[in-house]
Structures are given as C-alpha cells and as structure tokens.
Design a protein around this ligand. Structure first.
Ligand code: HGY
Ligand code: MN
Ligand code: MN
Ligand code: MN
Length: 392
C-alpha cells in the first residue's frame, strides 16, 4: 500500500489542535497536561485504526505495536512550554503513516516528556533503563509537581513496560531545529551523532532586603551573584569550548521577584551541551568552582540540584545507510550528513538497539518557538525517505 500524503498532513494538523496556542501553528502541550493526554488518546485510536496494538507504559510512553519482530519508528508528542507544531509530532505521525503503508511490520512510539518538564528526555530514559522509575518519580517541574503525581493522572491508561526485544532497530524523523539545511537549501539531513548534555539547578541564597535603604556595599544580592556567575563562566569557558559548544541559563526564579526588594534568592537552570564527554566534565568543574568562589566571596549559601545528563551517541551505520539510500533517491545532491545539536529520544533508545535519525529543514532555523515551521514539500520529502528506509 502506498503512503497517503494527504492523510499524513491531515494527521499532523489534527495533532496540532491538541494544545493549539492560537499563535501561528504553535502548541502548548507539556507532558501530562490535559492537552498531552488528549493527544495521546487520539494517537492511540489512530494506531488502533492502523492495525497496531496501542499500549501505554507506566510513564505514559505510547506504543503502537505490530505483530512479531518489527522496526520501531517514532519520536515524542509532548511539547516545550512554548512549542512548535512539528517538534516530535512529525516523527510520530510520519511513523504512523509508514506503518500503515509498509508491507513489513513497523511499530510506532510517542515517548513521554522528551522535552524534560521533569528531567532530560525522561520517558525514553526510563524505558531504556537510563533512569530508575523510583528515582525519576521524585523529580519535580519548576512548579514543584513530582513526576509521580503527574503519572498518577494517567494511571487509568497505563500498563507494564514494553519489551524492547521485539524491535530490530529505531528510526526517528525530526525537524533539524537549527539553520544548517535551510541556509544551504538542502532537503534532508542524515544524522551522524547526537550531542551530550548536562542540566542542573543552581541556587544562590543571599539576603532579602529593602531596595531603598540597603547600601550597595552591604547587600547580599542573589541576582548580582547570578550575573557575576554568568559572566565569569563565559570567560573561563573560553579555553575549554569549541564553536559548537553551547550553554544556556534558560529558567530563572528570583525571590521574591519584586522591584523594591533586593532579591534574596536566585534559583536557575544551568544546561550545557557538547559532542565530547570530557569537555562536558571540564565545564561542570568550572561551573561548580565558579559558583562556590562567588558564594564564598559574597557570603552566600549555594546549593546544586541533581545533575542530569546524557552522553554523546553515534548513529548506527547500517540503519544510516538505509536513510542515505532514501535521501539519494528523493533529494540527490540536496542532502548531507550532520550532527544533532538538539537532544532526541534516539539517544536513550541507542542503549537498547541500533538507531538512526533523519532531519528535514526548519524555516529560518527556528524551533522551541510558536513560529517553528517546515514547508509541506519538505515534510513529504522526509516521509518519502523514511518510506524507502523502511523497505530497504
Ligand atoms: O532540548 C532539546 O534538544 C530537545 O528538543 N528537548
Ligand atoms: Mn524533539
Ligand atoms: Mn524539543
Ligand atoms: Mn519559574
């Protein structure tokens, strides 16, 4: 049976309606939100209609299981707090379309909490044995909700963990989420490897006080400690990092976050990524030393949350070959090998089986933003490559 491009695009747009942000094609569909659970219920019915056996595991990972040994395809359907309509969703819907059209058994998966509301690619990390469920249950989101509490909201849907032994490998189709393909006018990226990541929460505790009566030299201002930390690590990283290394302070909670109060507490996320594990380690050392030095110098308390992370991983060469065959046929001269600066569930699944990934372009390289988009022609080209890879 041939793939049905119209049905593929219709399903993509249908999935976008769950948690539609009302701004562009953006979505707000965080893991375990009502919109996320409604989307998973809909996906489960689409899997059933495609002749697959829907199965929710204890973390809310949703599998559509084919009979017997099968190639697994998919991605995630949860989104960032301000997410794009294709991040993750594309891989799940493309997998569903291939499963319908393929004459070979293809299973489909939508992993839970890839976007890390509770950690780093939580759902696939737990399924693949990278994170113990009992440890993960204690992880909290920025509002202090635990994974255990969030999981309880899906209890009536979930069953046991799926045995990975039934899968012969995993292929994930994803948007690039960066500018390389779009700028070069290429249509397909065959991923060679995925960067490693470290992520932790750091907290400076100084002295909350009146913003008018507290002289500058007597302040223990937690925001000043954070801003000093940010500039000092940038300087100290210079002899460690490469142009591909990235680091981000993306979430900051100042307490009590009021214009006339010297902030007593600055609690913030510190995330860094690189293709080299040693470099990630060296950066961690710099981060811990610099924070400690600033805390000591300004008489502040300092605390570190749990360090979460994943090592860099290389894609499987033979699965990659199948994607290359497809790319060569669908986009001759307009495809490339490339690393992934974004993290993906494939990193965790690589613990269990051979994995490979393919990218389609992101317009202007935008992602993790409501404006994220890819042209329909490019989406279809990616689907065609996936179809050839599934058959070869
Ligand atoms: O952050 C990432 O790389 C992924 O999109 N969660
Ligand atoms: Mn993603
Ligand atoms: Mn993402
Ligand atoms: Mn916050």
């Amino acid at each position: 049976m041939a793939i049905d491009e119209k049905r593929f695009l219709a399903d993509l747009h249908k999935l976008r309606e769950f948690g539609a942000s009302g701004v562009g094609k953006g979505v707000v569909r965080p893991a375990f939100s009502d919109a996320d659970t409604a989307a998973r219920r809909w996906l489960s019915s689409r899997m059933q209609e495609a002749g697959l056996q829907p199965h929710f595991d204890p973390v809310g990972n949703l599998f559509g299981l084919a009979q017997g040994p099968s190639l697994l395809m998919g991605s995630h359907s949860d989104s960032q707090p301000e997410g794009g309509w294709l991040d993750g969703a594309l891989g799940v819907i493309a997998a569903l379309e291939i499963a319908r059209a393929s004459d070979r058994p293809i299973s489909v998966v939508s992993f839970q909490d890839e976007e890390g509301r509770f950690g780093v690619t939580t759902g696939s990390a737990i399924w693949s044995g990278g994170l113990k469920l009992s440890d993960a249950d204690a992880l909290t989101d920025h509002a202090g909700t635990t994974l255990a509490a969030a999981r309880a909201s899906m209890r009536n849907l979930t069953q046991g963990f799926v045995d990975p032994g039934q899968f012969t490998g995993f292929i994930e189709m994803h948007i690039e989420q960066g500018p390389s393909l779009d700028t070069a006018g290429d249509l397909i990226g065959v991923v060679t490897d995925i960067v490693g990541i470290r992520d932790m929460v750091i907290c400076f505790e100084g002295q909350q006080n009146h913003a008018g009566t507290t002289p500058m030299h007597l302040r223990r201002d937690a925001f000043q400690a954070l801003s000093l930390f940010n500039s000092e690590i940038a300087t100290r990283f210079q002899n460690v990092v490469t142009p591909q290394t990235v680091w981000t302070i993306g979430h900051v909670d100042l307490h009590p976050n009021a214009s006339s109060i010297v902030p007593g507490r600055a609690r913030f996320s510190m995330q860094w990524r690189d293709q080299d594990s040693d470099r990630l380690m060296r950066m961690e050392q710099i981060i811990r030393e610099t924070a400690q030095k600033i805390a000591d110098r300004s008489g502040m308390a300092l605390s570190f949350g749990p360090l979460l992370g994943l090592e860099p991983v290389a894609m499987d060469k033979s699965l990659q070959k199948r994607l290359e065959t497809g790319a060569q046929r669908v986009a001759p001269g307009k495809w490339r090998h490339m690393p992934s600066g974004a993290l993906h569930d494939a990193t965790n699944v690589a613990r269990l089986m051979p994995v490979a990934m393919l990218f389609v372009p992101s317009i202007n390289g935008i992602s993790h933003d409501f404006a994220e988009d890819t042209s329909e022609d490019d989406l279809i080209a990616g689907l065609r490559v996936l179809e050839i890879a599934a058959k070869s």
